[in-house]
Write a protein that binds this ligand. Structure first.
Ligand SMILES: Nc1ncnc2c1ncn2[C@@H]1O[C@H](COP(=O)(O)OP(=O)(O)OP(=O)(O)O)[C@@H](O)[C@H]1O
Ligand SMILES: [Mg+2]
Length: 566
């Protein structure tokens, strides 16, 4: 017998500040609606707004977190009420979940984005433009809305980072002595280029500002402009770093209700190893020391979280990395994540009337099954086949058990939604090793191929089937181009350049075993990714095993737990 899963349902409600003010009881009304009036199943994604509150709410989103209470039951995707999944999955409804409601309004674009200056001294040129040391905005911000939902990793990557960061803030708020439990609230995301590290940090900042609203009335986000700190006043980097951090301290000093997130993107440029000083090693050492000193000072403020990213971790000073509390590896998306990226793109293209859906009776975006739902349908078909010994159902199950034998015998089944899902899964499996950045740009490539074939933009609408066929061509083209770029670089420097995504990418689970190639499309040619040489705690955000690595001291992400507290 399987124990019942426990689910936390986060419902985020975006309203404008004025609308909220007009309906002070919005919180209670919505809570009552969700607790009693809502009779549907909760699924992560957009929710329908209750009709009578429609003029007060811009958007409602739901995120379902599952707490598997030790059973082996798959609980990560609910089935529609009444549907017998045959695999023990459970529908998440108001009755069996804990609903957490967050109502907030988004800060608007122009009024809230501010340049933070850290003026240099010493070049005597008063007319020089000030150094833009960072860009700050209040949170939650409209520009960061939607980032979280549109990042796809394996099932636990996002929640692990979110939970860790929220817990670190809780410890700080509770005043836990750092002599007893040490925490700098400093996170490093590392991995190959284009895997979403920067986006993930921004999305996390936004998410935390919403989740921690009951503790912090205000939230602010500062993205440090690492490069300008170094380029403008050469040999002044140390001072610029110091000035920037002083500005941060001024903002947070007496404001206990302010949650402050600092993002230092490509942190190797400000925390570079003393052995990689470039043309001015003295300045690099000064800047590196300034960063370390300032981080140590910032630690006194319990309301600050520092997020950093790098794809050149071998350049980071070990004194910096030893201060990092959480080092997390972010690799190329796994099969499920790639499926979801493709699915989200098809949905968007259908919504914008760029694609039509000829493979099924509806053009409804909901009919494109999420990966987990596809698996459930297949399992249900399998169960049905076992029970009835029906040939057609068992052929689906067999096909899906070994996607290595792709293309699948999808004609064998009658369900157009499953059929389409299997085609998407096939394309996703061919995208093995392809980074998120590359996957995000494939639709343009497909459409330009389509326009070349149909002689012009907008003359014909593409079907989803045609789109998926072109996607396969586009992926192969990307892979060829990347291979070509690498070959050229190898010729130029006369030595072998490993694919930068390669270190994180080999055959995946049983659903992806034979697909794709092991070349790492999406890598920045000539920038081989090295896992942190200092790290004893490298982590795996993508559930993909490391294969070949450019440095001898690499840590296999799969051999390590995903997160680690130092
Ligand atoms: N797993 C993913 N799911 C969805 N989108 C992704 C994923 N990975 C990357 N992307 C998309 O790719 C684009 C590039 O991401 P981003 O700039 O954050 O990558 P990065 O890891 O910071 O790269 P770099 O190391 O070059 O700075 C963004 O539009 C992002 O949304
Ligand atoms: Mg980045």
């Amino acid at each position: 017998m399987t124990s019942a899963p426990k689910a936390v349902v986060w419902v985020d409600v975006i309203s404008s500040a004025q609308q909220q003010a007009k309906r002070p009881s919005l919180q209670q009304e919505l809570q009552a609606y969700l607790d009693v009036g809502y009779d549907g199943v909760f699924e992560s994604g957009r929710m329908d707004v209750p009709l009578k509150l429609a003029s007060f709410i811009q958007c409602m989103k739901c995120e379902v977190d599952f707490i598997d209470q030790g059973s082996s039951t798959s609980v990560s995707a609910p089935m529609p009420v009444g549907m017998n999944s045959g695999d023990g999955s459970v529908s998440i409804t108001a009755k069996n979940s804990d609903i957490q409601l967050n109502i907030y309004s988004l800060c608007d674009d122009e009024e809230d984005i501010e340049e933070i200056h850290a003026d240099g001294e010493g070049d005597g040129d008063d007319s020089a433009a000030p150094v833009v040391a960072g860009i700050a905005c209040n949170l939650p911000h409209r520009q960061l809305d939607g980032l979280w939902e549109n990042l796809y990793y394996d099932h636990s990557t996002k929640s692990k980072l979110l939970d860790y960061a929220a817990t670190a803030m809780q410890f700080a708020r509770a005043g836990i002595s750092d002599k007893v439990v040490s925490c700098n609230r400093l996170v490093l995301l590392h991995g190959p280029p284009g895997t979403g590290k920067t986006t993930f940090c921004k999305a996390l900042a936004q998410k935390l500002s919403i989740r921690l609203r009951s503790f912090y009335k205000r939230s602010r986000f500062l993205e440090v402009n690492s490069h300008s700190l170094f380029s403008k006043w050469f040999s002044e980097s140390g001072k610029l770093v110091q000035k920037l951090f002083e500005k941060i301290k001024d903002e947070i000093e007496d404001d206990k209700e302010l949650f402050y997130v600092v993002l230092i993107d490509e942190v190797e440029s400000v925390a570079s190893s003393r052995s990689h000083g470039g043309s001015d090693p003295q300045d690099a050492v000064r800047a590196g020391n300034a960063v370390l000193t300032q981080l140590d000072r910032l630690k006194r403020y319990p309301n600050v979280l520092i997020l950093t990213t790098s794809n050149l971790t071998h350049m980071i000073d070990s004194a910096f990395s030893s201060r990092v509390d959480l080092t997390m590896y972010i690799g190329p998306p796994n099969l499920e994540a790639r499926y979801e990226i493709i699915r989200s793109q098809i949905q968007e293209l259908i919504d914008r009337r760029m694609l039509n859906r000829q493979t099924g009776p509806t053009t409804n975006r909901q009919s494109i099954l999420p990966f987990k739902r596809l698996k459930q349908r297949i399992r249900a078909a399998d169960a049905h086949a076992t029970a009835t010994n029906t040939m057609e159902a068992s052929s689906v199950a067999a096909a899906c058990a070994t996607t290595s034998s792709l293309p699948l015998p999808v004609e064998a089944i009658d369900d157009p939604d499953v059929n389409l899902g299997l085609k998407i899964q096939h394309v996703a499996s061919v995208c093995e090793c392809v980074g998120g950045r590359v996957m995000r740009r494939l639709p343009i490539r497909c459409f330009s191929m389509f326009h070349a074939r149909t002689h012009g933009i907008g003359t014909m609408e593409m079907s989803v089937d045609e789109y998926l066929d072109l996607l396969l061509l586009a992926i192969n083209e990307e892979k060829r181009e990347e291979e070509e770029a690498r070959r050229q670089q190898q010729q130029e420097i006369g030595s072998e350049i490993p694919c930068s995504n390669h270190s994180s990418c080999v055959h995946e689970n049983e659903n992806d075993a034979s697909a794709g190639t092991s070349t790492g499309t999406g890598a920045r040619a000539g920038a081989p990714y090295a896992l942190p040489h200092h790290s004893t705690s490298s982590s795996n955000g993508s559930a993909e095993r490391s294969q070949v690595g450019p440095t001898s001291k690499q840590v296999d992400p799969m051999d390590e737990e995903m997160t680690s507290a130092r």
